[in-house]
Design a protein around this ligand. Structure first.
Ligand code: UDP
Length: 445
């Protein structure tokens, strides 16, 4: 037997990207607090520092991903290789754990590590999937295997789902998918269909209508237990070092005056866009905290050297630029009044929990759908359509200064209150978490 093991032993299988690592660590922490012992199996590429998580056992498996593959922007190709390359070592690893522990209560895998589901099935273990995006993204899974001959999305009559413009996303998904993409969609849809639980980092009230549709299609129970970061607030899963100097800078700013700008861990912009963003921020006359990640600008390892001449002199102490911020602390800081985001799901959830209005500049994938939720359904933000300095300046002022922005803030604060209610004793996420732990215990007997 391994470490403390009251409720059983869980094996969590991670995907090596920031937006997936943190929620998996948060889930591990939450389930550990419910008495489960935890082993985390992770690919060699990008993994959290095990010494920061002494309660868990970490096991690394070879992923054989190459640098050219990773810089190729072929997400489907990378996910396919990751699953193909990790399948055999993962199975071997699980067999070893079974041998040494005698029992695994469940295998919980990131939806993108779909090879784990068939391995769990072969080993006669319950396979449960963690979806780190919205529950609504699962609606698209229902069309993936039959992309061209079924039109489930267009038959949706709910006003909320129509406001989301699901049709538009459906069309985007249908546009010339590569063979790798079609295969991958079919494989991960099958994995989710076969899983014995779907765990989502979301809250019932945020996506109520979509969830009711998703439940029709997937036989497994769905557990919406978010926001995970509030249930496991001490987890810092950042792969890059968080620069805390921005907190002392924020301490000197007026309440709700600062716009925080971050495009997450993967999105990149070109040099021209960086210059337009920089002058838009400068001309908005608002204080701003900007995360400029190394590699964010056209893959260049240069950092603020890429900012335009005269920019830093022009903004002076009004700007704080860091390579990586302690984002959750930043969003909770009283000086922050708005969030210009790429609208990754984690950032969206973190922003909602702090009641912040958002400026949305989505780049790819579910960021577009999240933007549609933010602007069209929850109505807590504005989309920045064109990354051009005049437009950036105007849109920041609309969000941070104008009456319009105050209305967004009011709605965002209402969502913050609703989010807090989910975590109360009888709140939807607390109940769902209790149901999940019972479900794991029942599945593993
Ligand atoms: N993040 C952070 N510091 C930063 C930028 C981002 O800690 O300077 C964290 C953020 O809090 C979130 C994650 O990185 O938890 C990004 O995940 P998200 O789903 O928003 O976007 P992705 O990086 O997957 O595109």
């Amino acid at each position: 037997m391994g470490k403390q093991e009251k409720s059983g032993h869980l094996v969590l299988v991670m995907v090596p990207f920031q937006g997936h690592i943190t929620p998996m660590l948060q889930l591990a922490t939450i389930l550990h607090s419910k008495g489960f012992s935890i082993t985390i199996v992770h690919p060699e590429l990008n993994f959290p520092n095990p010494s920061a998580h002494p309660d868990f056992t970490f096991i690394s498996i070879p992923d054989k991903l190459t640098e050219p593959q990773l810089s190729d922007n072929d997400v489907a190709g990378v996910m396919r290789s990751l699953n193909n390359n990790c399948a055999a070592p993962l199975k071997q690893c699980l067999n070893k754990i079974l041998h040494s522990h005698g029992h695994i209560a469940a295998i919980i895998y990131d939806t993108l590590m779909f090879c784990a589901q068939s391995i769990a099935h072969d080993l006669r273990l319950p396979g449960m999937t963690l979806r780190t995006s919205s529950a609504t993204t699962l609606l698209f899974f229902t069309i993936f295997p039959q992309l061209d001959d079924r039109d489930f999305i267009s038959t949706i009559e709910s006003p909320e789902l129509q406001a989301l413009q699901l049709q538009r996303f459906r069309s985007l998904l249908s546009q010339n998918p590569t063979k790798a993409m079609v295969e991958m969609r079919a494989t991960f849809t099958n994995a989710v269909i076969s899983s014995s639980a779907i765990i989502v980092n979301s809250m019932e009230f945020l996506e109520q209508e979509a969830l009711s549709k998703v439940k029709i299609f997937f036989p497994a129970p769905i557990f919406t237990i978010g926001p995970l970061h509030k249930l496991a607030p001490t987890i810092r899963g950042s792969l890059l070092t968080e620069d805390d100097k921005c907190i002392s800078w924020l301490n000197k700013q007026a309440p709700e005056s600062v716009i925080y700008v971050s495009f997450g861990s993967l999105a990149s912009i070109d040099k021209e866009e960086l210059i337009e963003a920089a002058w838009g921020l400068a001309n908005s006359e608002r204080p701003f905290l900007w995360v400029v990640r190394p590699g964010m600008v056209g893959g260049s390892s240069e950092w603020i050297e890429l900012l335009p001449n005269g920019f830093q002199e022009s903004v002076g102490q009004r700007a704080c630029i860091v390579q990586w911020a302690p984002q959750k602390e930043v969003l909770a800081h009283a000086a922050v009044g708005g969030f210009w985001s790429h609208c990754g799901w984690n950032s969206t959830m973190e922003s909602i929990c702090e009641g912040l209005p958002m400026l949305c500049k989505p780049f790819f994938g579910d960021q577009l759908l999240n933007t549609s939720y933010i602007c069209n359904v929850w109505k807590i933000g504005l989309e920045l359509h064109e990354l051009e300095r005049g437009n950036v300046e105007r849109t920041i002022k609309r969000l941070m200064v104008d009456m319009e922005g105050k209305v967004f803030r009011k709605r965002a604060l209402d969502l913050k209150k609703d989010a807090a209610l989910c975590l109360m004793k009888n709140g939807s996420s607390s109940c769902s978490l209790n149901d999940l732990t019972n479900h794991i215990s029942l599945s593993s007997v």
